[in-house]
Design a protein around this ligand. Structure first.
Ligand code: BG6
Length: 456
C-alpha cells in the first residue's frame, strides 16, 4: 500500500496546485487503488471541514470530485517523532508499505522534519519513505548543502524528490523531444550558428498575498535559481547517454557547472511601484516598508564550454510586468546576406526558434521565404506547432505529472542534490547579505515592459 501524505494540507500550495492535480489525475484514472491520500498539518481541522476545503479548491473545475470522500485529514506535527508514530499506527502502515511525504510547508521547517523522519527511518527501516520537497530547497549554497548533508545521513538520493514544477510542464519536457528527436535543430544549437539566447519569465501578477515568503526570497530565489536555470540546463545541456533519469540529471548538472560565475553587480534589479489599479511592492500587505527585495532581475549569462563559448544568454524575470510570458528564444546568426533588394518591404530577419511555455504552449521557427511575385524578395514566416492543434488537447497540469512520477518512482523530473547546489552556487553572489546591502534597485511602474526598465 502507498500512503501519500500532504503536509501543509490546508495551505495555499495544496489548495491551488495539489488538489487540482489530484483531481486531474483521478479524472485520467491513473491513480492506483492502492494509494491512500492523507492531508496533514498542525492545525486542527475536522474531516468534514477538510473535505469541504478540498472541494472548495476544485469548484471551478469539472474533474471528478468523488475521490475527496476517500481523503482524510490528520493533525500531525512533523517535528515530533511520536506524532508520526501515531499516524503509522493509525493506518497500520507496515513493512513494505510506501510512505510518501509531500512537504508543502515553509522551508524553514525542512531541517527539523528531516531529523524526525530520519529517526522514523531508524525505527521502521522496512517502511519505504519518500521525501518530496517543494521549492525553495535551501536559501543559498550553504543552507542547501546543509540540508543535503542532513538528508544523506539517513536517506538515499532515490528516496528524495526536490520539486521544480516547471519540469512537470509539457513544453519544458518537449525541449528534449525537440532537440534529440529531430535532425534539424540539434546540429545548429552551438556557437557556430546561434547568436544569442533569451529566456524570459514575465508575470503581470504581483505577489498574490505571499509577502511572508516572497519578501525573504525575491525573484532571484523564486524564479531564477530554479525555473530559469532548469529550463536553461535542458535547452543547452549535451545529449544524455540515454533518456533516463540519471543520465538527464548528469547532463543538466554538467551544464550548470559550466556557467560562468557572476559578480554581485552583474544583474539589473528592480522593484515594482504602484499605479492607478495596483499597489506597489512595498505597499503590499506584510512587506516591510523599507524592503530591498527585488521583484525583477535581468542579467546576461555565459556557458563556458566548447559548444556555447561566447553566446550570450539574456535572462529576465519579474512580477507586475507588461505581459505574461515564459519563453526561450534562440536567435540564429544572419544568413540572408546574399539576397539583394533588401528594403522596407523586403525585410528578411534572422531565424529564430521560439519555445513558448506560457501563455501559449507552442514552438515556432521563423524562416525567410520568397514573397510571391517578381524578383527575390524574402520575408520571415513561421513554421509553427501548438499542442492544441497538433494533439487536439491542452497538456495536463505540471503537478499532475509530478504526482504521477512520485508514485511511479521516476525521478527524471526532480532535481538532484548536486544540481541544486550548482544552481545556488551560481546565484549566490547576487543574494549574499553583504552584497544585498550594496546593491541598487531600480523602481519600475507596475505594467512596464522590461526593455524599458533596463534602459530607464
Ligand atoms: C512559482 C513561484 O514557483 O512559480 C511563483 O513561486 C510564480 O512566484 C510561479 O508565480 C509561476 O509558475 P506558473 O506555473 O504558475 O506559471
Amino acid at each position: 500500500m502507498k500512503y501519500f501524505v500532504i503536509m501543509g494540507a490546508t495551505g495555499d500550495l495544496a489548495k491551488t496546485k495539489l488538489y487540482p492535480a489530484l483531481a486531474e489525475t483521478y479524472s485520467y484514472n491513473t491513480i492506483q487503488k492502492s494509494v491512500r491520500f492523507i492531508g496533514a498539518g498542525r492545525k486542527e481541522c475536522s474531516q468534514e471541514q477538510y473535505r469541504q476545503l478540498v472541494n472548495e479548491s476544485l469548484k471551478d473545475r469539472d474533474w471528478k470530485l468523488d475521490f475527496v470522500q476517500d481523503m482524510d485529514y490528520v493533525q500531525l506535527d512533523l517535528e515530533q517523532v511520536s506524532s508520526v508514530e501515531s499516524l503509522i499506527n493509525h493506518y497500520n502502515i507496515e513493512e513494505g508499505d510506501e510512505l510518501i511525504w509531500y512537504m508543502a510547508i515553509p522551508p524553514q521547517a525542512f531541517e527539523q522534519v528531516i531529523q524526525t523522519l530520519s529517526q522514523i527511518k531508524e525505527q521502521y527501516p522496512h517502511i519505504n519513505q519518500k521525501l518530496v520537497f517543494e521549492k525553495p530547497f535551501g536559501s543559498d549554497l550553504a543552507s542547501s548543502q546543509k540540508l543535503n548533508a542532513l538528508l544523506q545521513k539517513s536517506f538515499q538520493e532515490t528516496e528524495i524528490y526536490r520539486v521544480d514544477h516547471y519540469l512537470g510542464k509539457e513544453t519544458i519536457q518537449n525541449i528534449l523531444a525537440l532537440r534529440f528527436g529531430n535532425t534539424m535543430f540539434e546540429p545548429l544549437l552551438n556557437n557556430h550558428y546561434v547568436e544569442s539566447i533569451s529566456i524570459d519569465v514575465w508575470e503581470t501578477r504581483g505577489i498574490d498575498g505571499r509577502a511572508e515568503y516572497f519578501d525573504k526570497s525575491g525573484i532571484i530565489k523564486d524564479i531564477l535559481q530554479n525555473h530559469i536555470l532548469q529550463t536553461m540546463a535542458l535547452m543547452m545541456m549535451e545529449g544524455p547517454i540515454a533518456m533516463e533519469s540519471e543520465y538527464i540529471r548528469n547532463a543538466k548538472y554538467n551544464l550548470l557547472r559550466s556557467l560562468r560565475p557572476i559578480q554581485h553587480n552583474d544583474a539589473i534589479l528592480g522593484q515594482y511601484t504602484g499605479n492607478d489599479t495596483v499597489k506597489g511592492y512595498i505597499q503590499e500587505e506584510g512587506v516591510k516598508p523599507d524592503s530591498q527585495t527585488e521583484t525583477f532581475v535581468a542579467l546576461t549569462s555565459y556557458v563556458d564550454n566548447a559548444r556555447w563559448e561566447g553566446v550570450p544568454i539574456y535572462i529576465s524575470t519579474g512580477k507586475r510586468l507588461s505581459e505574461n510570458k515564459a519563453e526561450i528564444r534562440i536567435k540564429f546568426k544572419q544568413s540572408f546576406k546574399y539576397f539583394a533588394h533588401i528594403d522596407e518591404e523586403c525585410n528578411p530577419q534572422q531565424n529564430e526558434l521560439v519555445i513558448q511555455i506560457q501563455p501559449n504552449e507552442e514552438v515556432y521557427y521563423t524562416v525567410n521565404a520568397k514573397f510571391p511575385g517578381k524578383g527575390m524578395c524574402i520575408q520571415p514566416v513561421k513554421l509553427h506547432f501548438t499542442y492544441d492543434e497538433a494533439f487536439g488537447q491542452r497538456s495536463q497540469g505540471a503537478y499532475t505529472r509530478l504526482i504521477d512520477d512520485i508514485l511511479e518512482g521516476d525521478q527524471s523530473l526532480f532535481i538532484r542534490s548536486d544540481e541544486i547546489e550548482e544552481s545556488w552556487k551560481y546565484v549566490d553572489p547576487l543574494i549574499q547579505s553583504n552584497n544585498v546591502e550594496k546593491r541598487e534597485l531600480i523602481l519600475y511602474e507596475s505594467g512596464m515592459n522590461p526593455s524599458d526598465i533596463q534602459f530607464s
